[in-house]
Design a protein around this ligand. Structure first.
Ligand code: WTA
Length: 664
């Protein structure tokens, strides 16, 4: 490093507050600080601003119906179609402009540009095919696909005919697919033959077929996108209900399907996410509220303009990809990038190469990726021209100030604001973040609630804590993008998100408080730092994993009697899975069993849940009432000093476990 660099680093390291760059403010979609007051004074009508970003077939008569909390309804009486909002209405002015720029992982493959015209055509053909296959309005269609163009085509085709989609992340296992199709009673699956990962073709259809074998009802149609190229394919015989995606489309070449008019509150999609219990939660999002909120936050936080080339590196299989690769950006008529592969293939500068090639204007990624970039070294971004980037964003987990500053300096050249956006699958869109053209940034802190969002940090009894104190994050008022319920399970919806801090017998919305199950603290300026989950959910590389799901996979392995899973700190992943396992009588603590446990987890959930360490132990530390002391197991995983363990029923076990973790 030159002297100048050293000085710069030192200055950055000390700096705690960063003003939005003037050049950014001058062109920002939102730059008037008055927006906070304006929204507060005019709540909930302020949310008409979000609804106004869409085209409505029938305009709504009520902004918010809060007569039956927590079953809030937004923009009632209105009707619209999400596919028409993301495609048809842009055809006039932007038909020839790129809607999606798709970049495959293999470097010898041509990128594909889908103009709005192209995408509209593809979506219509596939929508016609789905209808022909018997898909009706309100049928749930499951997608089990990686980052290939047929995924958004299928999603928008479903939206067009009013069939909610349920996208299952392609990295999830066959079992996970079956569980989700069963939970949603979904009779249609759209998948693919395979895809590329780090240069190798992966067989995806075998995994899909294995999942289908676990579906407990009849599956009408399986559409298979043929992604692999000649010679890279695997030999698959299609079953009678299986047909190539491309064949379905070409059978309907040139077909058009009128977008179905959906009520604002009609379901747009389901997304399964992990919770405290082993059963994934089917989060229900609606057409009017969700789409308005995705569009509004894309515009005000990501500063998206139609002429941008916006790049979010998430996977569409997660909520970030739904809201901020597909629905928000396309609703605004911009160009959204889709990259199939990993950021280190063929080399660690792949993202920077893509950004340079396409002159991308925004990058929205996750702290886990930023930590990996940091580790790989700044020479990778430094060798590319990233000056097109106007805004940077992060999402998925807390970002430490050092990673934030590295991102700000090495990717944004200190001229692009960073938005650290806190939100969840359930919230549909961003909730806490600075507005990039308005608020100062504080590395490590997401920022204040967005205009119109009312959040607090409270103690166990629900009273707000003082600035600087840690507590629980709660949201006091509904917002358009919120989940409406858990699919076919209103009771669980109330139990999971509301019961903790609400008076559940009350009809008064003021008595209802949403609890996201995150710990947080707030500073004197109202900036919120989210500390992490307070339930038994881990955040591994920004992916939400339930400890119960992992534990039940482990106890499903022959020879395992009991298991406890906790998160241990990890330099890149943020958290890593630590599994403490007790073997059954008659079974040895062998390397073979360890492998079977790892495979058991991969089969039940997917490689993302793979345990970092499997620690065999004769006992688990338990309280006198028999509860597993997870906090203690976490401290052991992290090699931390342990507090008083004398209240345990079995204090002797602790040193034994400790020695095993460190020796592994
Ligand atoms: C965590 C992802 C700190 C949080 C959009 C939340 C964050 C969970 C942030 C939701 C952030 C997300 N700072 N923590 N900026 N963003 N989280 O449903 O614990 O996959 O509850 O949604 O990720 O994860 P989910």
């Amino acid at each position: 490093m030159s002297d100048e660099d050293v000085q710069l680093e030192a200055r950055l390291e000390e700096q705690e507050v960063f003003e939005p760059p003037e050049s950014f403010v001058d062109q920002a979609n939102v730059s008037d600080p008055g927006i906070y007051e304006e929204f507060e004074e005019n709540w909930p009508e302020c949310w008409e601003q979000a609804a106004d970003l869409l085209d409505w077939e029938e305009s709504y008569d009520t902004v918010l119906d809060d007569s039956n909390p927590p079953f809030y309804e937004w923009f009632t009486g209105g009707s619209l179609n999400a596919s028409a909002n993301c495609l048809d209405r842009h055809l006039g002015e932007r038909g020839d402009e790129a809607a999606i720029e798709w970049v495959g992982e293999p470097t010898d493959e041509e990128d594909i540009t889908y103009t709005y015209e192209d995408l509209h055509r593809e979506v219509n053909e596939f929508a016609a095919a789905l209808r022909d296959q018997g898909v009706e309005e309100d049928d749930v269609v499951t997608m089990y696909m990686p980052m290939i163009p047929q995924l958004p085509i299928a999603m928008l085709a479903c939206a067009r005919i009013g069939a909610p989609h349920s996208v299952v992340f392609a990295g999830f296992s066959a079992d996970a697919l079956a569980t989700r199709m069963n939970a949603a009673d979904s009779e249609y699956l759209i998948t693919c033959d395979g895809y590329y990962r780090r240069g190798d073709p992966l067989d995806h259809l075998s995994k899909a077929n294995e999942g289908l074998a676990g579906v407990d009802h009849e599956v009408q149609t399986v559409a298979i996108a043929e992604r692999l190229r000649d010679g890279d394919g695997f030999d698959h015989d299609y079953a009678d209900n299986q047909v190539a995606f491309e064949a379905l489309q070409s059978d309907h070449e040139g077909a058009t399907v009128d977008p179905v008019s959906r009520d604002a509150e009609d379901m747009l999609f389901l997304m399964y996410t992990s919770g405290t219990t082993g059963e994934p939660k089917g989060v229900k999002h609606t057409t009017g509220g969700y789409l308005s909120y995705a569009a509004w936050t894309s515009q005000s936080v990501l500063d998206i303009k139609p002429e941008d080339t916006y790049f979010c590196s998430a996977d569409i299989g997660w909520i970030t990809g739904h809201s901020y690769i597909i629905y928000g950006p396309l609703a605004l008529g911009t160009t959204t990038m889709m990259y199939e592969g990993t950021p280190d293939y063929p080399d660690k500068d792949r993202l920077w190469e893509i950004i340079e090639d396409y002159e991308a204007t925004q990058l929205y990624t996750a702290p886990t990726a930023i930590r990996a970039f940091m580790k790989w070294g700044e020479e990778y971004p430094d060798s590319h021209d990233l000056s097109s980037l106007r805004l940077l964003g992060t999402v998925g987990e807390p970002i430490n100030p050092r990673a934030w500053k590295w991102y700000y300096k090495h990717i944004g050249d200190e001229s692009a604001p960073v938005v650290d956006t806190w939100w969840q699958t359930e919230t549909g869109g961003m909730m806490l973040t600075t507005l990039p053209g308005v608020g100062d940034m504080k590395p490590g802190s997401a920022g204040p609630p967005l205009p119109g969002i009312s959040a607090d940090i409270v103690d166990v009894s629900g009273s707000p804590v003082e600035a600087g104190q840690a507590g629980y994050l709660v949201v006091n008022k509904p917002w358009p993008g919120m989940l409406r319920t858990l699919y076919k399970n209103d009771e669980r919806f109330i139990d999971e998100y509301w019961r903790e801090y609400s008076d559940v017998d009350s009809d008064d919305p003021a008595d209802w408080v949403y609890f996201p199950e995150d710990g947080a603290k707030i500073d004197q300026d109202g900036y919120i730092t989210v500390l992490g989950r307070v339930d038994d959910v881990l955040n591994v590389s920004g992916h939400r994993l339930g400890t119960m799901e992992i534990e039940s996979a482990i106890v499903g392995v022959e020879g395992v009697a009991e298991a406890a899973v906790v998160g241990g700190d990890h330099e890149i992943k943020g958290e890593a899975v630590y599994a403490y396992v007790i073997t059954e009588d008659g079974y040895e603590e062998t390397e073979e069993l360890r492998q079977q446990i790892i495979e058991g987890v991969e089969d039940a959930i997917g490689p993302i849940a793979r345990p970092e360490q499997v620690i065999f132990t004769p006992e688990l530390p338990k309280t006198r009432s028999g509860k597993i002391m997870r906090r203690l197991l976490e401290d052991i995983a992290n090699g931390e000093e342990l507090g008083d363990t004398s209240t345990l029923r079995n204090p002797d076990v602790v040193s034994d476990i400790q020695s095993k973790v460190s020796s592994d």
